[in-house]
Design a protein around this ligand. Structure first.
Ligand code: ZN
Length: 140
């Protein structure tokens, strides 16, 4: 199996069986965003424990890229410190912008690396980072 095929499988798997999908009872932060160009919508809820992201959940509608990116992003940041989360988001943005990035930091999020070849889809993949960014700004 080529790396490209493996990446496609990861995206399809997360689209069909999203992780951390749903709502939590008492989120510390909530945010939402949309990508009207594609019709993608995303809501994220976060729960903090000190400087850690204790829990994160999302709901949304839209294309496979936007929804699998949200699932992969929640998996990547769950249990991480805010600083680690910022690092993951930075590498993710670098990857989508076509810059060099650190695959060790991104883990499975690297499955979305081919998206940068399709500028219209970059907004689909970026939505999860934008919504997460808003939620993190609510951290007191
Ligand atoms: Zn989309």
């Amino acid at each position: 199996m080529s790396l490209e095929e493996l990446f496609k499988e990861i995206i399809i798997e997360h689209y069909q069986h999203p992780k951390n999908h749903g709502h939590m009872e008492h989120p510390d932060a909530k945010s939402e965003g949309s990508n009207p160009l594609c019709g993608d919508e995303l809501q994220m809820e976060l729960c903090f424990d000190g400087d850690h992201i204790k829990d994160v959940m999302f709901t949304g509608n839209g294309c496979s890229i936007s929804q699998s990116a949200a699932s992969l992003m929640t998996e990547a940041i769950k249990g991480k410190t805010l600083e680690e989360t910022r690092g993951i988001m930075d590498e993710y943005k670098k990857m989508l912008q076509g810059n060099s990035y650190d695959p060790d930091i991104l883990g499975d999020l690297e499955a979305l690396s081919d998206v940068r070849k399709y500028p219209a889809r970059v907004k689909c993949a970026s939505l999860s980072a934008a919504v997460l960014d808003q939620a993190l700004q609510q951290k007191k």
